[in-house]
Design a binder for this molecule. Structure first.
Ligand code: PRX
Length: 630
């Protein structure tokens, strides 16, 4: 595949990719090491939510991330690990070392009876071993399900049980800024309710004392000694499962998005090399956690399949001070830096000396992901981190899409702050109005859909294909519905305006309002809850909860704290409501549906223009809500 390097090349390649997708994708896919070449490039039927890529192809993604870089990259750093503690030495893991460690983990899992197709839950912090764990699963054809290590025991239980994981890989604890979290205790609490889990393998990180359950729990350092670094890669079909990753849905239950081997490999590599214009020997740093899709695709699979040096950072941007990101970028001479708008907004508030203390000359390309970036944050990032020179690639994509879909190509696409700009070659967006008509031409606004498949799209929701079909393919029959609103301006550039469903994006994390509502409802004093998002300076969106109690609370602050703690316990600290307003009723239509539009407006601070409230059972409730707004 030739990498696009000019706007003309973009237009030509884009055109070709639409006119002859088969030839386009066959060319992209020819860059890989296949055990057996595919027989057919794709097959699809969006009415049945049925998509397959590179049919009949055989491969193992780890051979493409590791074996094929050896021996010539044996001594090149594959992973550059930076601790949470700035005084702890960094670790440089070469491609040879990564290969050896991945193979050992593969063998360690096999020793515990893990076979191709078995699900393995990975609940670990950002240490090199989490990369060995993920790739070790892929090596032997086990399906990894990484659960973000900030989730609570309750969230872990749901995810482990939904996919029936056999083994859990975890650590004794984790460091995050000045906090130490006892991960193993959370795992112990969860496993009481996870009957499918046979073994837990615990990697040492914090050295805090943990209890080990005989017959179930094993130490990573003991088990890893017992195995060799010779682990032939399992031969996988293109459409065999590579991983499951949970994302929030509009109903309370998280959706286990299923990604498969061939298409995901091709697409993450293609987008990594195209969007970031990665050049040999560059250092790439994506600040996401591996618990999210961004970490899967652009800390591990994309960069490693391209033979890049990828940074794994254990810490947080604010510890020990607000200059930490820039310190790490200078220290490791980072060339491409990819982060979330929420991080930029929080760092932008700190004095500029935190940036100016460091030499960021090596940084050539900047990226953002996860939520719309506001104009102010874009300019700050461009001017102070990019020295006014580096392009910013505002990459729009989703857990479901597997990789970047709409984004500038660095140094190729004209930039327009707050715009994700243009679809990558192979990506075919369509903007729809609410009645299901496609809005063609420029200068339109509506709902963002995709009318043609791409290799990394999720294939199903684990164990629930009907839900997959209903969620993504029923709103606009024949099209994949993203759940996002967008504008296409006069130049044909796309601007993503945010979710149009009941999902909110808090600090770049996708959360279902229903999931938070059901956590709040667990409180014995609570009768009913409605959660909406509201604009938040740093987080992008904050969580606003309207809560009806059985009896109006006497001590509101105490109850608010209890509710926050409960949400933190059931889902995790990221879902804690920022504002809790106690109300005596909610605005409901005669059919019992909550009119969220009104709640959103009040949460946004809009009190006058609430639209038509005549269909409500009790319009008076709106006045109460409005008067009590926080
Ligand atoms: O609303 C869009 C927003 O994040 C959603 C996907 O969230 P998740 O599956 O957690 O994946 C996040 C990382 C890929 C999208 O539906 N989103 C993501 N990137 C952008 C964005 N919104 C605006 N601009 C973006 N660049």
């Amino acid at each position: 595949m030739e990498i696009i390097q000019s706007p003309q090349a973009y237009s030509e390649v884009y055109k070709k990719s639409i006119e002859d997708p088969e030839a386009f994708w066959a060319d992209v896919a020819s860059d890989f090491q296949w055990r057996k070449k595919w027989d057919k490039v794709f097959e699809w039927d969006f009415h049945k939510a049925d998509v397959k890529w590179f049919l009949g192809g055989k491969l193992n993604i780890t051979e493409n991330c590791l074996d094929r870089h050896l021996p010539h990259k044996a001594k090149q750093t594959a992973i550059l690990w930076e601790s949470n503690d700035p005084h702890e030495p960094s670790r440089h893991i070469t491609y040879q070392e990564l290969y050896d460690n991945v193979c050992r983990v593969g063998n360690m899992l096999k020793n515990q009876g893990v076979k191709k197709g078995d699900r393995v839950c990975i609940y670990m912090p950002m240490i090199p071993e989490v990369a060995y764990a993920i790739l070790g699963c892929a090596r032997i054809g086990a399906v990894h399900s990484v659960v973000f290590a900030g989730f609570s025991a309750g969230s872990l239980i749901d995810r482990i049980n939904d996919s029936g994981c056999k083994v859990v890989l975890t650590t004794d604890g984790s460091y995050r800024g000045d906090k130490k979290i006892d991960l193993k205790i959370i795992v112990d609490e969860a496993l009481v309710k996870c009957p499918t889990v046979e073994k837990t393998i615990v990697c040492r990180r914090t050295m805090n004392p943990v209890s080990m359950k005989a017959g179930r729990d094993l130490w990573w350092h003991d088990e890893i000694k017992k195995v060799s670094s010779d682990c032939p890669a399992e031969e996988m079909d293109s459409e065999d499962l590579l991983f499951i990753l949970y994302t929030s849905g509009s109903t309370g239950k998280p959706k286990g998005m299923v990604h498969t081997c061939g298409g995901y490999m091709v697409y993450t590599n293609y987008t990594f090399r195209t969007v970031f214009q990665y050049q040999e020997d560059q250092v790439f740093w994506c600040t996401a956690d591996v618990g999210w899709v961004t970490g899967h695709s652009y800390i591990l699979y994309g960069p490693l399949s391209a033979g890049a040096t990828t940074v794994i950072f254990e810490g947080v941007p604010s510890y020990p001070d607000m200059g930490r990101f820039w310190h790490v970028a200078e220290k490791h001479r980072v060339n491409i830096f990819y982060t979330a708008p929420t991080a930029i907004r929080s760092l932008e508030k700190a004095p500029l000396s935190f940036v100016n203390n460091y030499d960021l000359q090596t940084v050539k390309i900047l990226g953002t992901v996860g939520e719309p970036i506001n104009e102010e944050a874009w300019h700050w990032y461009h001017e102070h981190i990019g020295r006014g020179l580096c392009p910013i690639v505002d990459t729009w994509w989703q857990t479901e899409t597997g990789g970047i879909m709409i984004s500038p190509i660095a140094n190729v696409t004209k930039l327009k702050p707050t715009f994700a700009t243009l679809p990558l070659p192979g990506v075919q967006p369509a903007v729809m109005d609410e009645n299901g008509n496609e809005l063609t031409g420029h200068g339109v606004e509506g709902r963002l859909t995709l009318k043609f498949p791409w290799p990394a799209m999720a294939r199903t929701i684990y164990g629930d294909h009907q839900r997959f079909k209903d969620t993504y393919f029923s709103t606009f029959p024949g099209k994949y519905f993203t759940g996002d609103g967008c504008k296409r301006d006069e130049d044909g550039f796309y601007r993503i305006t945010g979710r149009v469903d009941d999902i909110i994006i808090v600090s770049g994390h996708n959360m279902g309002t229903a999931e938070i509502e059901s956590a709040i409802d667990e409180h014995s004093a609570v009768c009913e809850t409605a959660v909406v998002g509201f604009p938040h300076d740093i987080k992008g969106q904050g969580v606003y909860a309207y809560v009806i109690c059985y009896d109006m609370p006497h001590e509101e602050e105490k109850l608010r704290k209890e509710i926050r703690d409960l949400v933190s316990k059931i889902i995790g600290p990221i879902a804690k409501p920022d504002k809790i307003q106690f109300v005596s009723g909610l605005p409901k239509t005669r059919s019992g549906k909550i009119m969220r539009r009104i709640l959103r407006k009040v949460a946004e601070g809009e009190t006058s223009n609430l639209g038509d409230t005549s269909t409500l059972v009790d319009p008076a409730v709106v006045d109460e809500i409005r008067n009590g707004a926080l």
